[in-house]
Design a protein around this ligand. Structure first.
Ligand SMILES: O=P(O)(O)OC[C@H]1O[C@H](OP(=O)(O)OP(=O)(O)O)[C@H](O)[C@@H]1O
Ligand code: HPA
Ligand SMILES: [Mg+2]
Length: 174
């Protein structure tokens, strides 16, 4: 039989949804009077990005970029592969990049200068989870849902070898 890790709950569905609602409220206040352009980094951030967008009360547009570096491994390959670029230009837009997790920092460290070179009015980062102990390259992150310990987390969009993205809570794959 294929190896299936046991999943231990780390952050309940209720806590995740409550925190996302708070983040949506804070973002709506910070960007009051503006429109916000959310860029969700596929695939992991899609659950968070949709839930966050529903909690933002100012006008929202969305675009998607598909980026991967982990593949089926629990370690970053260090090679950030862009499988799908944005559909629309971001020039003069208030851009908020939405991630499910910042771990080594390599993905965002690679993406940020690339997006900045396209001339957005502003560019900020928002992540549901942050794993500070694993950071290899510095990234400035404006909005963080939860700090998590140095364990491989799954659920709410996060996968281990493509599985468990659909769990409605955050767990640890043991
Ligand atoms: O800070 P880092 O060490 O770069 O890790 C964070 C990135 O890794 C994961 O993506 P992954 O490559 O697993 O692609 P996926 O979203 O399709 O699962 C996650 O969704 C982030 O994009
Ligand atoms: O802990 C993690 N879980 C799932 N995907 C990830 N990508 C980077 N870190 C993680
Ligand atoms: Mg992944």
């Amino acid at each position: 039989m294929k190896y299936m890790p046991k999943i231990r709950e780390l952050i309940s569905e209720e806590k995740v949804n409550q925190r996302i609602a708070e983040m949506g409220e804070q973002i709506s206040r910070d960007y009051e009077g503006k429109e916000i352009h959310l860029i969700a980094i596929l695939k992991g951030s899609v659950f968070f990005a949709c839930e966050l967008a529903k909690r933002i009360t100012i006008p929202v547009t969305m675009d998607f970029m598909s980026v991967s570096s982990y593949g089926d491994s629990r370690e970053s390959s260090g090679i950030v592969k862009i499988a799908k670029d944005l559909d629309e230009p971001i020039q003069d837009k208030e851009v908020l990049v939405v991630e499910d997790i910042i771990d080594s920092g390599k993905t965002l460290n690679h993406l940020k200068p690339m997006l900045l070179s396209r001339g957005p009015a502003s560019l900020k980062l928002c992540t549901l989870l942050n794993k500070p102990e694993r950071r290899e390259v510095e990234v400035e992150v404006e909005y963080i849902g939860f700090d998590v310990p140095d364990e491989f987390v799954v659920g709410y969009g996060l996968d281990v070898a493509q599985k468990y993205r659909n769990l409605p809570y955050i767990g640890v794959a043991e």
